[in-house]
Ligand binder design. Structure first.
Ligand SMILES: *Cc1c(COP(=O)(O)O)cnc(C)c1O
Length: 343
């Protein structure tokens, strides 16, 4: 099977498994796991923030950040297709008692003037604007990169209104590699960043949250409340260190393969792909013109040995990652061509 459903499906490398076996561990709730500490410090340093926190998942990292930044009854400005709004089980409302203010975005970017208009003035009727969330790369927009200049513009605005900004950087390193900007430069435009070790970077488990020391101290307590205080977590932090220090540069290969996949799929009659939009490792494909119901497209493609995922309506998502080779891309294009001819 060529699994293009997500970059979360990667299996840990031999080097990662070796690191897991040899990891020095301790009770991390007592702050005694040296491997976890090393991962947190390495991550904070790479992102130019004071401190880091190893969390169980991207969702936990985002929600811990949101809980730490806000108070019940506040409002959060967020892109309407953002993961924190669309895919996190309504946690902002359920756990944070927050009201969301979703704004339509373009390639993952909310209009700066629209953000400013959405920031609540002081008025007895209004909730307080507690937070602005950004996402880079932007998953539902198709892995698009938010330019540093855009993030800096949001930062300037947010600073003027004293509103903190959280970055859902689940795939921040894809943005770093695609744009040539540094992770630290991106992180400098926001108050906190969550990024995933378990996606393109290839680790089996976990995400990192970074921010100021005071922020991370409070976030650590929220993580504990959510059940994310882990004990000898060095065994899962060890592959995270490899992910962070050895797996970033190779993301460029995933991007090149995604581009080639997009070009190949765009040449197939019945499939619509915006090739220009493929900036990183995600390819969105619309099967509407194939005349095939989306489920039938996916099951036929699966019978040809290729897995993709439904992205709502007639849209499909294909994601490249460390376990996908050049040959897999050729085979996936051939399988998609065959699938559309089954109609
Ligand atoms: C995957 C993802 C997350 C959540 O990560 P999990 O580890 O699956 O909880 C958050 N934001 C974005 C943009 C993602 O793609």
């Amino acid at each position: 099977m060529i699994d293009l459903r997500s970059d979360t499906v990667t299996k840990p490398s031999f080097a990662m498994r070796q690191a897991m076996a040899q990891a020095e561990v301790g009770d991390d709730v007592y702050g005694e796991d040296k491997t976890v500490r090393q991962l947190e410090e390495t991550a904070a340093q790479m992102l130019g923030k004071e401190a880091g926190l190893f969390v169980t998942s991207g969702t936990q990292g985002n929600q811990v950040a949101i809980l730490t930044h806000t108070r019940h009854g506040q409002e959060v400005i967020v892109d309407a297709d953002a993961h924190v709004f669309y895919y996190e089980v309504g946690a902002m409302a359920a756990l944070g008692g927050l009201q969301t203010r979703p704004l339509a975005g373009e390639r993952g970017m909310m209009d700066i003037a629209a953000i400013e208009a959405a920031i609540r003035p002081d008025n007895i009727h209004f909730p307080e604007t507690g937070l602005i969330c950004l996402e880079n790369t932007h998953n539902r927009a198709g892995g698009t990169v938010l330019p540093l200049s855009y993030m800096a513009a949001v930062h300037t605005l947010a600073t003027r209104y004293h509103v903190p900004v959280h970055l859902d950087g689940a795939r921040l390193f894809n943005a770093v590699v695609a744009s040539g900007e540094s992770a630290a430069d991106y992180a400098a435009t926001v108050d906190s960043v969550q990024f995933c070790l378990s996606k393109g970077l290839g680790a089996p488990v976990g995400s990192i949250l970074v921010g100021s020391s005071a922020f991370i101290e409070r976030a650590r307590k929220w993580r504990k409340m959510l059940g994310g205080g882990m004990r000898q977590a060095g065994v899962i932090a060890a592959p995270g260190i490899i992910a962070l220090t050895q797996m970033v540069e190779r993301l460029a290969e995933d991007h090149a393969r995604a581009k080639r996949l997009a070009e190949g799929l765009a040449n197939i009659r019945g499939l619509t792909v915006d090739v220009d939009r493929v900036e990183t490792n995600i390819v969105l494909v619309d099967v509407r013109d194939s005349g095939m119901p989306p489920e039938e497209f996916l099951t036929t493609l699966q019978q040809c040995g290729v897995l993709a995922t439904s992205f709502g309506g007639t849209l499909m998502r294909f994601v490249t990652h460390v376990d996908v080779t050049d040959d897999h891309i050729d085979d996936a294009i051939a399988a998609a061509a065959f699938t559309t001819r089954m109609r």
